[in-house]
Design a protein around this ligand. Sequence first.
Ligand SMILES: [Zn+2]
Length: 125
Amino acid sequence: MHDFLKTDQINSIRSEINKRISDVQARLNSPYLSSDENGMTLADPNDRASLETDRTYEQAQKAREKQQLGELQETLTRMNRDLEDFGFCDSCGIEIDFDRLLSVPTSCHCMECQRISEIKKKTMH
Ligand SMILES: [Zn+2]
């Protein structure tokens, strides 16, 4: 049993995570939008340049997806290992809202701590 999350709420979060994992995996397995074949026939150097930018963007996108996938899998592992510790803010220990957990299952922080860390990040740049 969990302190504040009901079993069906935990199940909802779990299935949400699993759904996202398969979504990300499907995107990662999809072929690149800009294929080599098309790229090589482009004569205009500007088109080539923009194609390169697209590729760089896609690679960055894939890297982000991979990171997200890792976080999702880690969250599942964490839920399986220490369910009673799941759903609490890593910074202040407060219970994270079920709605927030469902919309951002990989979140380890409550709204407030997230907000503060985002403000800190902004002021550091
Ligand atoms: Zn917090």
